[in-house]
Design a protein around this ligand. Structure first.
Ligand code: ATR
Length: 288
């Protein structure tokens, strides 16, 4: 039997490889296309994942067009993570609370659904690398109060942290997070970060300090207990000066690359139909 050309098929039967991508500006250095491309190849799935450079003034137009061009969803990164909330038809509670979305699903009925998987990625990374980690064992200390910190705070509270201390250079941003996230938060002054670490069992650098080309995060670690689990959202380099110093004090440390990998997994599963493995191979691909 001669197979019909796709054009001969009723519209409902035309199938194409699902498309997804990451929307941002600049986007050339994003590691997501490599990671998703690796997973697609590894599981032998049809589909493509591409970088989509979009200026802020074109975001609404692009989001209208993508679902009509074969896209089943997208990741969203700087500078669009906040703006997509106002453009999506439905927004999950956690994305609304965090005030940003990183994962979009274009539904068959044309509606855009926005979610935030950064907090999930953060916790999944800790659990994968430190399975014995207990969030409710003692206070958590979060350094920084930007967009990434908001996702971390939401996920730590969700995981059962009873007291969450937070300090930020611009104190007002930390105060704002406390106002939104509630009574379990305690705001510390930026000059008091060292004191904030006393007794903390989970410590997170959620600032951009320590990233290649930036100053290191300089915090007195005298009060840091060797029992604390210390993690950094910065993953270039993998071992930041902050993690190196904490490790030298006997702390268990977890680098930030796994958060990037784990936050990508739920989107990949929704778009391409397979939950991907976050393993050494995925790490290697993301680092290439
Ligand atoms: P992201 O989405 O990565 O969190 P962001 O919202 O710009 O990005 O937040 C960056 C974080 O790093 C903030 O906590 C910021 O502190 P401010 O709110 O005071 O800007 C912190 N940060 C960046 N550069 C810093 C520096 N030189 N000293 C202290 N904190 C810094």
């Amino acid at each position: 039997m001669i197979k019909p050309m796709q054009d001969d098929l009723p519209a409902s039967q035309i199938t194409h490889a699902p498309l997804a991508g990451v929307i941002g500006m600049p986007i050339a250095h994003s590691r997501s296309p490599r990671l998703h491309g690796h997973w697609l190849a590894r599981y032998g799935l049809p589909g493509h994942y591409v970088p989509i450079p979009v200026m802020p003034e074109h975001l609404a137009e692009v989001l209208r067009i993508l679902p009509r061009a074969g896209f089943v969803g997208a990741n969203v990164t700087i500078p669009h993570k906040e703006a997509v909330l106002t453009l999506a038809d439905t927004v999950t509670d956690r994305a609304a609370l965090i005030g940003a979305a990183n994962t979009l699903i274009f539904r068959a009925d044309g509606k855009i659904h926005a979610d935030n998987t950064d907090g999930y990625g953060f916790i999944a990374n800790l659990r994968q690398n430190e399975p014995d980690w207990q969030p409710d064992l003692g206070p958590a200390a979060v350094i920084g109060a930007g967009g990434a910190a908001r996702a971390v705070v939401a996920s730590l509270l969700d995981s059962g942290v009873k007291e969450l201390r937070i300090a930020n250079r611009t104190r007002l941003r930390a105060e704002q997070i406390k106002a939104e996230f509630g009574a379990r938060l305690v705001v510390y002054d930026w000059a008091q970060v060292g004191n904030m670490l006393e007794g903390a069992t989970t410590v997170v650098n959620a600032t951009s300090l320590g990233m290649q080309g930036k100053q290191p995060l300089r915090v007195p670690l005298d009060a840091l207990s060797p029992d604390a689990l210390v993690t950094d959202l910065v993953y270039t380099p993998l071992m930041t000066p902050f993690l190196t110093e904490a490790q030298a004090r006997g702390c268990r440390v977890v680098d930030g690359l796994g958060m990037l990998l784990h936050q990508a997994a739920p989107g990949f599963e929704r778009w391409f139909g397979q939950r991907p493995d976050v393993d050494d191979e995925a790490r290697r691909v993301a680092l290439e």
